[in-house]
Design a protein around this ligand. Sequence first.
Ligand code: SF4
Ligand code: SF4
Length: 238
Amino acid sequence: MIVDEEKCVGCGVCVLYCPVNAISLERGKARIDEARCVECYTCYRSGVCPEDAIRTTALGWPREIRNAFSDVASSHKVTGIPGRGTEEMKTNDVTDRYGWGEVGFCVELGRPGLGTSFKEAEKVSIALAGKGVEFEKQNPYTHLIDESGKLRFNIGEERVISCLIEFKTNLENVPEILRTLRSLESEVETVFTVGVISRFNPDGSIPVLPLIESEGFKVRPNAKINLGLGKRSGGGSW
Ligand code: SF4
Ligand code: SF4
């Protein structure tokens, strides 16, 4: 993303639109910090510039991966999935992605407001690999790592608006996974959140809940149940 300095009048409106604070005003002109820009195209697509001074540039490898992970309108070449994660965690009633005795995890790095580089995501996937987790095959980030959680490409410095790491594990493995994630708090140089996906029992109890609370985490349950065609019996997900 670049600014045409001939056209820019320095109104500063575009500065407010950048979700990772990559645009600033310098000497009366908008300037985009190339290292910080995640190529989300928000400044361009919003049409906010009254002078039509914001322009896209052709993105080659590896910079194009910034756009693939940061632009909601972009689909990943490998998975064909737009965005950064998958939808299955929200539709477990019909996909059965998380069976009985299984627990899903979604670790999101970079949001809100900071973004992340892939080297930060790599710290998480390396720590998790070999700990009884199965990385989600349809997740775009999974396509970038090997079985040890290391990046398969030289993209550690590439920045994206956020990166989702999705995986599942067995119920009894949950405390170990939570401890591993907590140990990364001081290592990972961006914010990250942890989502835990579990079926609930027919009696309404949530099997993973006491395991999370016993590790000292505060839980904010968030339920979703699909109704109508495609609904399976035996519990939704939360
Ligand atoms: S493309 Fe996105 S990250 Fe880059 S300057 Fe524009 S709004 Fe900011
Ligand atoms: S909105 Fe357009 S004219 Fe205003 S500062 Fe940004 S690039 Fe310059």
